[in-house]
Design a protein around this ligand. Structure first.
Ligand code: AVI
Length: 336
């Protein structure tokens, strides 16, 4: 790391921070919705980042999705962690300091921390400073090990202030929910390589992975009759209309989920059901019937394909636990 980068990390660190062992605020580049919306609408194909799904309403809708019976990843991951708690704890080893990618819900954090043997610390990284601090302050008040917070985008490399936790801690990265599937395979390899650097030698990494499967199960999970996923994806247009004051007719668009192969993934778009236009800041973007705006994708992996991805990173797969139908895997990665 250069001396300039060292200086900026130092400025970004406050330790302790109230009840927290530290706050490392890397001031993640806040995106510019208006600029990105213009760029997305002018591009061919039209594509906008899935991060714009998650305003308050979008986060609530995603929470609802995770409770739908047809959206198997959340319940299946939970089932795998519960059914294999002992084996996982054994394979991970005792006294790990945990670094979670994305601040988990209290229930998710408790599930992991109570499964591990004598965890020594918990640190979460999240792009939303308010969400992160609210969650971590509550958590720090409930537990007797150090809790830290890193405000950053999870694709950023992070220099953890290890002295604030204990310089000799053995780290465990935790990235549940199969969120790794929401980035391209190249970005996933970069993220994992950065994680190896962040967590240091001897680290382990527990990651949730949605496995390749039949197209019907995927369609049931990503285009269910309840229509919550449709609302979730269409929320991008609602935000364009309500926050950016774009002139658009929501009823002229529908949600479209498509299953693609090699690599298997669900592609999520909004599609115009008739000729229409979106007008933003006086700029008019025409849609012919069937024209799309791509919003999100969710990659599915086989364990073999995941191993091939890991071969591009310092990690190797030490173990994997799956459900009885092999729909989902929790993988334990290690590196020396
Ligand atoms: C957050 N992520 C893991 C979800 C997924 O399954 O790809 C996002 C999602 N999009 C539609 N449904 C769920």
């Amino acid at each position: 790391m250069t001396s300039n980068a060292q200086a900026s990390v130092k400025d970004a660190l406050t330790a302790p921070y109230g009840d927290l062992a530290f706050l490392l605020d890397l001031d993640p580049p806040m995106s510019d919705f208006r600029r990105d919306a213009h760029a997305a609408l002018a591009a061919r194909p039209r594509r906008i980042s899935p991060m714009y799904l998650y305003d308050e309403r979008g986060s609530q809708l995603f929470g609802e999705i995770t409770r739908l019976p047809s959206y198997y990843p959340t319940q299946t991951e939970r089932g795998i962690l519960d059914a294999n708690a002992r084996d996982i704890a054994e394979a991970v080893g005792p006294r790990r300091a945990v670094f979670e990618y994305g601040a988990g819900s209290p229930e998710k954090i408790d599930r992991l921390m109570s499964l591990l043997k004598a965890p020594s610390a918990y640190v979460a990284m999240d792009i939303s400073r308010d969400y992160l601090l609210a969650g971590m302050r509550d958590y720090a008040a409930r537990v007797d090990f150090p809790v830290g917070a890193v405000c950053a985008d999870f694709t950023q490399p992070v220099d953890l202030p290890k002295d604030a936790i204990g310089p000799d801690a053995d780290w465990l990265g935790f990235f549940p929910g199969s969120t790794i599937g929401n980035v391209t395979r190249d970005a996933a390899a970069d993220l994992l390589s950065n994680a190896a650097r962040t967590l240091g030698p001897g680290a382990a990494f527990l990651i949730g992975l949605d496995l390749e499967k039949d197209a019907e199960t995927l369609l049931r999970a990503y285009d269910e009759p309840e229509g919550v996923t449709a609302e979730f994806i269409l929320n991008v247009l609602r935000r364009l209309r309500d926050e950016l004051r774009a002139d658009l007719d929501l009823s002229a668009f529908r949600y479209l989920a498509e299953i693609e192969d090699t690599p298997q993934r669900v592609e999520m778009s909004v599609a115009a059901t008739r000729r229409t236009e979106i007008s933003l800041d006086g700029e008019r973007y025409a849609f012919a019937e069937g024209d799309r705006l791509h919003v999100s994708r969710s990659h599915k992996y086989s364990l073999q394909r995941f191993d091939a991805l890991l071969a591009r990173t310092p990690w190797r797969r030490a173990a994997a636990w799956t459900d009885a139908d092999s729909r989902y895997a929790v993988c334990l990665l290690k590196h020396d």
